[in-house]
Write a protein that binds this ligand. Sequence first.
Ligand code: SF4
Length: 326
Amino acid sequence: MSSCPVPTLTPMEAVEAKSVLPRGWKADLSNPLQLDLQPAVLELLRRTTSRLPQDVIESIVAGRNAEAEGSRGANTMDTMIENIVLADEHVAPLCQDTGTVIFWVRHPFGVSQRKLKEQIRAAVAEATGKSWLRPNCVAALSGKNPGNNMDPFGETHPVIHFEEWDQSGIEITVMLKGGGCENVGAQYRLPDAAIGAGRDLKGIRKCIIDAVVKAQGQGCSPGILGVCVGGDRVVSYERSKEILLRKVGSTNPNATLDALEKQLTQELNTLGIGPMGYGGKTTVLDVFIEELWRHPASFFVSISYMCWSSRRMTLSIGTNGNAEYR
Ligand code: SF4
């Protein structure tokens, strides 16, 4: 069987040469009131929409090489890899669905969240105008689309989570979360008699398998699963999404959950669902599980499903003011 190599993406010098950040741009963190991160966030969006993280690419290639030569699974993943290379080469969106745009911002004391929010929203609107993002924000009932990815109340899109930290730099992470994969997320309340799931690791495993079986043919597999056990309904779902920021193949510091993650990744890949539900050995690329504290009466298992087009990137601005993307 011929194996597919990990593709070589555009060298970083070429990516940086196309940057929309003015040459020599620096953020002045000593003057938080004058801070303007809009250009740096615009560049973050340009890179995120067109370039998959290396760990995701490598896991897709490994999945492709696990499929039988000439099978629908292998052919589907060959197309994904071709897609990855073309999007990167042309700085074009990797998928027509550029997702819900979700940010996590960590900043030092003294930075105005209100101003940062304005700058991030302006960058999203500008990226939409450049067609790096599809206008994906519509009114729930009428479907009315403002065309710029802005909900007029500034509450639901883009989604921005803020956290003050004790470091002096700023970190902005973005995830583009596709609508198809969002639709197949699920939340279970244990015990769940319908699937025979109790409040233990076996019950959690049943929830995860049930969610993946129900998602088959939807959500653009191979998927990456973010699973949060505990919390209230809202925090549980929020964390299940945030842990999708972990690198594929990374180790969970909780040895019990790490073992369950590895077991489930292997088991889910025996279901035969395969890439895009066409059958095959690669149904998931990884499973990430986290445990939170909970109310004694409640036991939630929240599952966020990320498609193969797992676009995420972090912008770091250190005390020297330089923007770094990783
Ligand atoms: S679920 Fe993901 S791969 Fe599928 S259409 Fe949406 S963004 Fe694209």
